[in-house]
Ligand binder design. Structure first.
Ligand SMILES: *Cc1c(COP(=O)(O)O)cnc(C)c1O
Length: 453
């Protein structure tokens, strides 16, 4: 075996994030004000987000945006992350493909989410904010933000999707250990939560609902801002440190990927690993395939519709031009909680519309089979979300074998699964199943959408 890990030094942590919008010929369509249906202005976002985040959200001109020194200093706790050649997996698959993964699971909270949490908490602190709110699905974003909030001395309230609150009690303990308040969503503490609980008493929650609750609390609390772990353009921006490092590390490995893969919830880790590579395609016409891997039970990219839709269930957020299944789509309780979101961010949606990237959907059992193979071959138990990227990478490697040709595959290992062992338990005992969304379900949800505009 030749080199296994490609390591950078602290000084190689990127000094600027990559803003792909500046390089896109056709910019994403603007977000719309939900009342007036007019394009949102930067100032319209100030009540919700920090001014810096609002500015980044709307920035279509600056290709590079400087990373504040304080943020880079905290990145040093775990960055740069390793790029790893998956020799074990290649061998297990008996494939001519070369498989690389960027290991974002080495962060203190075990996922890529910290890359944006630290930036968002920093900007809030800079602007004199004292309290922040957010939602969390599987608990990864909440865990990341809890640490980031503590690092900058902010109070944090987290609405955690109820199904995950019960399935993943240790993520709740992690957030509480970092000092955050955690509330199961839907809750009776907000108007949005009360309405949903009255309509559907046993509703196990969704990211959309939790976002509504967190936004409502932020709007009604003085000196309080809302933060979001995915979907928004500024979150995609912060995550580009992943791909920027990987770009250098692939150079160290003396290879260039034929395909770059990320699992897909709202698009943040996918954007993080792929945008810096996509820039070679946009600017130099480089041939590279960019693939998003989403769950078959929540197939917004492969089966959703491109349409203005709300980011949340209650309709508090701006209208976002997105591939969506409809904001009241209630996905099955798959264990990849972080991928149970109805829509894709506006940048990714625009890229998909223009076929600058593609998407595959993957069933739950295939992801756990891939995860188990990966764990046994590479010694890392992946997050159920990341396992979608692994399954897609395995499909690529198997295709290379069929064709008898080499292929260089890069995927993002967005997180580890050490707090998801209950899900692995169920897989091992044969209690996990696949969930297929029916065409009727998709059509019904999307037909409800048409009424928005
Ligand atoms: C949150 C999460 C995801 C999905 O969110 P994206 O914004 O689509 O990246 C994927 N993997 C892990 C480990 C996560 O925590």
């Amino acid at each position: 075996m030749s080199t296994k890990k490609f390591l950078l030094e602290e000084k190689d942590i990127p000094t600027a994030w990559y803003n792909i919008v500046a390089d896109m010929k056709n910019k994403p369509m603007p977000m719309l004000n939900p009342q007036t249906k007019q394009p949102m202005k930067e100032e319209d976002l100030y009540p919700l987000f920090s001014k810096a985040a609002a500015h980044q959200e709307m920035n279509t001109t600056d290709t590079w945006i400087e990373i504040p020194e304080e943020v880079r200093d905290l990145y040093k706790v775990w960055r740069p992350t390793p790029l790893v050649r998956a020799y074990g997996l290649e061998k297990a698959l008996d494939t001519p493909a070369h498989i690389y993964f960027k290991n974002e699971s080495v962060s203190p909270i075990g996922s890529h989410k910290l890359n944006s949490a630290i930036a968002q908490a920093y900007y809030c602190k800079q602007e004199g904010v004292t309290n922040i709110t957010t939602e969390t699905g599987a608990g990864q974003w909440g865990a990341a933000l809890s640490y980031a909030a503590k690092a900058f001395g902010l109070e944090l309230a987290v609405y955690m999707v109820k199904v995950s609150y019960h399935q993943k009690p240790y993520r709740r303990s992690i957030m509480q250990t970092f000092g955050a308040q955690v509330i199961a969503s839907p809750s009776m503490s907000t108007k949005a939560g009360r309405k949903i609980l009255t309509d559907t008493p046993n509703y196990q929650g969704s990211l959309g609902t939790a976002i509504s609750e967190a936004v409502e609390l932020a709007m009604q609390t003085p000196n309080c801002k809302y933060t979001l772990g995915s979907v928004m353009n500024h979150v995609m921006l912060h995550q580009t440190v992943i791909g920027l490092e990987a770009e250098k590390q692939m150079e160290m490995a003396g290879e260039y990927p034929d395909v770059v893969i990320g699992c897909f919830g709202g698009g943040s880790n996918f954007s993080g690993i792929t945008f810096p590579f996509l820039r070679h395609k946009l600017n130099e016409g480089k041939e590279i395939r960019i693939v998003a891997a989403e769950p078959a039970s929540c197939p917004k990219l492969t089966r959703g519709q491109f349409q203005y839709d709300f980011g949340d269930e209650a309709g508090y957020t701006p209208l976002i031009p997105m591939f969506t299944l409809g904001h009241n789509f209630a996905p099955a309780n798959i264990h990849a909680g972080g991928l149970r979101y109805h829509g894709a961010g506006s940048i990714v949606s625009q890229l998909l519309k223009e076929n600058l990237m593609s998407a595959v959907d993957i069933q739950q059992l295939e992801t756990f089979k891939a995860a188990t193979l990966f764990a046994q071959a590479e010694g890392i138990i992946p997050a159920p979300e990341s396992s979608h990227a692994i399954a897609a990478a395995i499909r690529e490697a198997e295709q290379a074998k069929i064709e008898g040709k080499p292929r260089t595959i890069l995927f993002n290992l967005s997180g580890h699964g050490l707090i998801d062992m209950a899900a692995y338990d169920m897989y091992i005992s044969g209690d996990l199943r696949n969930y297929e969304v029916t065409d009727e379900e998709v059509a019904r949800n999307i037909s409800e959408l048409e009424k928005i505009i």
